[in-house]
Design a protein around this ligand. Sequence first.
Ligand SMILES: *[C@@H]1O[C@H](CO)[C@@H](O)[C@H](O)[C@H]1NC(C)=O
Ligand SMILES: *[C@@H]1O[C@H](CO)[C@@H](O)[C@H](O)[C@H]1NC(C)=O
Length: 291
Amino acid sequence: MRITTFAAILYLLCSTTQANEHTTQDLILLTRYANLTANAESFVCKGGCRGSEADGCAATRDFIVGGQCLADDDGVWVRYLFSADFGLCVTRYRDPTCTAIISEDCGLSERCVDGWLQYELFRDYCVESSSPTREFVYPFVYSTTHRSATNCTRKDPPTVEDLRLGSDQICVATNIPMSDGSYGPGSIISACQSDNSHVVTFYSDTSCSTQDGVLAPTYRRPFDQCTPGVTEETRHRMYTVECGSPIAHCKMPTGNSFITDRHASEAEGRLGVMNLAVVTLSSVLMSLWFL
Ligand SMILES: *[C@@H]1O[C@H](CO)[C@@H](O)[C@H](O)[C@H]1NC(C)=O
Ligand SMILES: *[C@@H]1O[C@H](CO)[C@@H](O)[C@H](O)[C@H]1NC(C)=O
């Protein structure tokens, strides 16, 4: 009897531990200095990592969860992984399970790469869990890109995965559509709603405070539906946003000026307080246009 009770308790303890244990992962903040007044081909800021807004440049930011095998481009997958020996590595693969290596670039932390990219590493800031766990409360939500509506509705392998830690507290400078038909420097806040739809709010300045002349103040993607991009560049591509199934939950890196509590809201529901955004490296270019 005692043994049975003991066994039952042990079983309970073990299963509880298992349920609570999730693999932790690093959060990688990718900052790129983009010329938001330029066209897509030339939007690397000439001032590089010292580019300033006075030159038409802005720091645009994305977040990546370490260890994920992500669709990066047609036929290319990518994984970001930190190790003590090699620092932060970006490895590209030719298969969706990330086994056949194409190229590897290591030691990327804190460096200005190719004159306009910077990585910042937040060790163990995420857990691979679809629900909030302990202090890891901000969901990691991704959008999946397909070349055609058929590919999208059939859920074919994605062309590009935009991993986006969306949040109503994270303001991301980007290129936005204006009501006069042009695209110009602006910013977005991207967040999942309690009905699992995905809403992007556009601003006409790079710090999410004014909305003068924006084409539409908000853009909503219904849950699990394929919707086209809204820029000239991307309207032929189809997007879905997986608000209902975050791949991870993370802590928020604090002390960054682009993270504010300006929009802190209780009304937005389960995912509304914060969700973050991540993009893979080649979708970095796209992400400026994908909305
Ligand atoms: C930004 O792009 C515009 C238009 O192509 C160009 O005139 C300007 O020199 C660029 N500025 C920087 C700092 O790259
Ligand atoms: C997309 O659809 C086309 C036409 O049906 C098909 O040939 C192609 O393989 C699909 N792409 C992927 C990645 O599955």
